[in-house]
Design a protein around this ligand. Structure first.
Ligand code: HAM
Length: 411
């Protein structure tokens, strides 16, 4: 027997309806904020991600699914932002609409060690607003993330926010960290010793208690931000207060992708355990230019759908009202096929007993399917040109003329 690859999931029909609810709700909320859907390939050139996410990021170092073909190396997308910026530039959206609000829903791939909430194929619901550096857009995007969570009936999440500043500020912070940490390497964990060499900013959000103590001792706040970035961050925080969004300023939040500048945020939920990030995002004001597009600001975020489903409390929508046909005998089955066609042409969801069950067995099946109505067609009914309709809610049963069936069911 074949088994699925570790870190991947089958979404079976019962669960798929929860996915549909979340996706439907997301689409509605994105359109409230005037975002339009974009669908880009799940496979891109490897170098697109190398250039965007940063050579030293964990994703590039060890989590890419690579496919070699002749002299090309492709990658299954580990995230959505890089591919969308590539598409924005390649399709001249910068010229056609300049400022674009785009959303996406789809699978991402990372070669991680699978555990609860950490998969090798997982799904993002995300968005990117490309073409503006305006601080109000950061506020709107965090409000959008917050509204999506409310739409998914998620409670008890925390929004953590920080500013990394512009590229120059990030360099400045790197220097500050270098100076502050170079004599404390023996107190840092093994990973942070590597980070010290390849990606020093990531030491700030190490989860190891001892590393946290060392980092706290450095007393890093916003002093490394230039006046413009400081002002931008103040506007964002004031705006969030204005629209009543609760947040926590988290001076050690840095994020694992190199493209971020200025505002970064992460939304966590205690119930998720070790992998507590429901979603994350931020500004990436240099990425469009770095991928050979014009210089323009951008901001976005993505939620992990599998993690959302671990904490979403929405009851699934009630199933569609299904009509279930039980034909008794070959003649009745032929007649039922015609009637099914008729019902479907009139947008009435229906199904038929196909397994040759007895009337009792077929009624049990109708119950399992939560059918609202059962239609029984036997020899008697065929002779009288009627169908017996059983209302599964009230239990009432009556005969209906075949030609009146659609009108009756539409009631
Ligand atoms: P990210 O933080 O790498 O950001 O991923 C966003 C979310 O995807 C995480 O918060 C988490 O919920 C989920 N996630 C990540 N890895 C896994 C995994 N292995 N298994 C299950 N869920 C996972 C990004 O990808 C950025 N592109 C977000 C963004 C958009 N920034 C700006 N625009």
């Amino acid at each position: 027997m074949f088994k699925r690859i570790p870190g991947t999931k089958d979404i079976l029909p019962d669960e798929a309806s929860l996915w549909q609810n979340i996706e439907e709700s997301a689409r509605k909320i994105f359109s409230l904020y005037n975002y339009r859907e974009i669908r880009v390939p799940v496979i891109e050139e490897e170098s697109l991600f190398n250039r965007s996410l940063g050579q030293s990021s964990e994703i590039i170092q060890k989590q890419m699914f690579l496919i070699r073909h002749q002299n090309d190396v492709y990658a299954l997308r580990p995230e959505g932002t890089a591919g969308i910026v590539r598409s924005y530039i390649e399709n001249n959206l910068d010229k056609k609409e300049s400022f674009a609000k785009l959303y996406y829903i789809g699978p991402m791939f990372r070669l991680e060690r699978p555990q609860k909430g950490r998969l090798r194929q997982f799904h993002h619901i995300g968005c990117e607003a490309i073409g503006s550096g305006c601080a109000s857009l950061d506020i709107e995007i965090i409000s959008l993330a917050d509204r999506l969570l409310k739409g998914f009936c998620v409670e008890g999440y925390k929004i953590k926010i920080n500013s990394l500043g512009c590229a120059k500020d990030k360099k400045e912070l790197t220097v500050v960290l270098h100076k502050g940490l170079k004599n404390k390497l023996d107190k840092l964990c093994l990973d942070c010793n590597t980070r010290f060499k390849v990606n020093i900013l990531r030491i700030l959000d190490c989860k190891n208690d001892q590393c946290r103590e060392v980092v706290k001792g450095l007393n890093i706040h916003e002093e490394y931000l230039c006046p413009d970035c400081k002002r931008h961050f103040e506007i964002v925080l004031k705006g969030l207060d204005l629209v009543n969004i609760k947040y926590e300023v988290s001076p050690y939040l840095v994020r694992g992708l190199d493209y971020y500048t200025r505002t970064v945020f992460e939304i966590t939920h205690e119930e998720l355990g070790a992998q507590d990030a429901l979603g994350a995002g931020g500004r990436y004001d240099n990425l469009v230019k770095e991928l050979d597009g014009p210089e323009m600001g951008a901001v976005g975020f993505a939620f992990g759908v599998e993690r959302l489903l671990l904490v979403a409390r929405c009851a699934p929508h009630a199933g569609k009202s299904l009509v279930y046909f039980i034909p008794l005998g070959d003649e009745a089955r032929k007649e039922a096929l015609k009637l099914l066609e008729d019902l479907r042409a009139n947008a009435i969801a229906c199904d038929m007993e196909y397994e040759g069950k007895s009337l009792k067995g077929a009624m049990r099946k109708a119950n399992d399917l939560q059918a609202k109505v059962v239609l029984i067609l036997g020899e008697d009914e065929l002779k009288k040109n009627v169908v017996t309709l059983k209302d599964m809610v009230s239990g009432e049963q009556r005969e209906i003329k075949k030609e009146d069936l659609v009108a009756e069911l539409k009631k």
